[in-house]
Design a protein around this ligand. Structure first.
Ligand SMILES: Cc1cc2nc3c(=O)[nH]c(=O)nc-3n(C[C@H](O)[C@H](O)[C@H](O)COP(=O)(O)OP(=O)(O)OC[C@H]3O[C@@H](n4cnc5c(N)ncnc54)[C@H](O)[C@@H]3O)c2cc1C
Length: 352
């Protein structure tokens, strides 16, 4: 296939992509059935990813990271999308949590958390969503009230990726419960041996069964004031909005990988499957369907490349980021649905 090679995809990014593709195929997809059944992934896979240098690729080497650009992280996330894995919470750990600490953390916060996150020994999560506040983030109720050198944290979070196994969480709290968006702050909370912290249910979702998506509760949890992210209280909402651009790009990259894989697999399947004395691939309807799916995948990829290049130059804005997330995930669903139809009954099975 005549693959377009964008300017951000240099030899080094290509090498990370190749390594990540192999890792997801062998170390992740190879365990998918077991992990789905046990409703969680094995912790050791984080250490394997860390050993291969697939975590925190764009964090500077002085903090244990790969010293690359965000393109290196995106190569990992795209390889994950291509592999079909939906369980390994690497985009949250590397693409989101590490970047809050890198962007807003003090030198001490960075040296405390990032090296362990890069090796996979420390697993990260981000806690924004609450049972009564999702889209309306400023309505969160988890409070962090100052008491001497500590904040006392009370509240609950839900839908937290990596939640039941995380060692550290960037937690959205209200340091001023009456101040709306201006009362939101982000705290780094060490969840290891943390009095008052409890994991609730690991949510039983309709899909992504092995993905750890959990409820968490905090009762009088004492967090040192030095764990505040940013120079003062009340900056959390702006910090969350600023990071959203990069976070939306991650989802676009995963969608591009998933779409391309769906088309490739369906070409392979329709060539092998026979009906009425021909391969499915030889029917004109199959050709139309695959040509349209390939067109959608290719044009989506071009838009993604445009957004990645802008992001690497620091010019990707919020509307572009919203468009890339919206468009690629919408097209991902369409392409995969059409590819599933071409598999007939076998399209409903977990493996063919
Ligand atoms: C698999 C998974 C992993 C997740 N991981 C994390 C995580 O790691 N950390 C974390 O903090 N959260 C996480 N989330 C939570 C996710 O961010 C929220 O689900 C999301 O913010 C939406 O919130 P909600 O579910 O409360 O829906 P609601 O906010 O209740 O929205 C319900 C519906 O109403 C619509 N709606 C809301 N407001 C408006 C409006 N003003 N106008 C029109 N329509 C509106 C929404 O679009 C949606 O269709 C995860 C969720 C899932 C499913």
């Amino acid at each position: 296939m005549n693959k377009h090679v964008p300017s951000w995809y240099d030899d080094e990014v290509g090498a990370v992509h190749e390594l990540a593709s192999d890792f997801f195929e062998r170390e992740v997809m190879g365990h998918a059935e077991k992990w789905d059944a046990q409703r969680r992934i094995d912790r050791e896979v984080w250490l394997k990813a860390g050993k291969l240098g697939l975590l925190l690729c764009s964090v500077p080497e002085e903090y244990g990271g790969g010293g690359g650009t965000f393109a290196h992280d995106l190569a990992v996330f795209e390889a994950q999308g291509y592999s079909g894995d939906l369980a390994f919470g690497v985009s949250v750990h590397s693409g989101i949590v590490a970047h809050y600490i890198l962007e807003y953390g003090t030198e001490e916060q960075k040296t405390t958390w990032l090296p362990g996150m890069a090796t996979g020994e420390i697993l990260g999560a981000i806690g924004m969503t609450e049972p009564t506040a999702g889209s309306d983030l400023k309505a969160i109720k988890t409070s962090a009230i100052r008491d001497g050198d500590h904040y006392v944290v009370n509240g609950s979070k839900t839908f937290i990726t990596n939640g039941s196994s995380a060692d550290v969480i960037v937690l959205a709290v209200k340091t001023d419960p009456k101040a709306g968006a201006k009362g939101v702050s982000l705290l780094i909370v060490d969840l290891r041996d943390c009095d008052g912290f409890e994991v609730g249910r690991v949510l039983d979702k309709v899909g992504q069964h092995a993905a750890d998506t959990s409820e968490l509760s905090f009762v009088d949890v004492r967090v040192p004031v030095s764990n505040l992210l940013g120079e003062s209280e009340g900056l959390g909402f702006g910090q969350l909005m600023a990071q959203l651009v990069q976070e939306r790009l991650i989802i676009g990259a995963q969608a591009a990988g998933a779409m391309e894989r769906a088309v490739e697999e369906t070409v392979r399947y329709t060539k092998a499957r026979e009906a009425f004395g021909h391969s499915l691939f030889e029917f004109q309807n199959t050709a139309f369907e695959l040509a349209e799916c390939q067109t959608i995948a290719r044009t989506s990829r071009v838009f993604l490349d445009y957004c990645i290049e802008k992001h690497l130059h620091g010019t990707l804005d919020a509307s572009d980021a919203a468009m890339v997330k919206y468009w690629l995930t919408d097209k991902q669903c369409e392409v995969i649905d059409r590819c599933v139809q071409l598999h007939g009954g076998y399209g409903t099975c977990a493996s063919t």
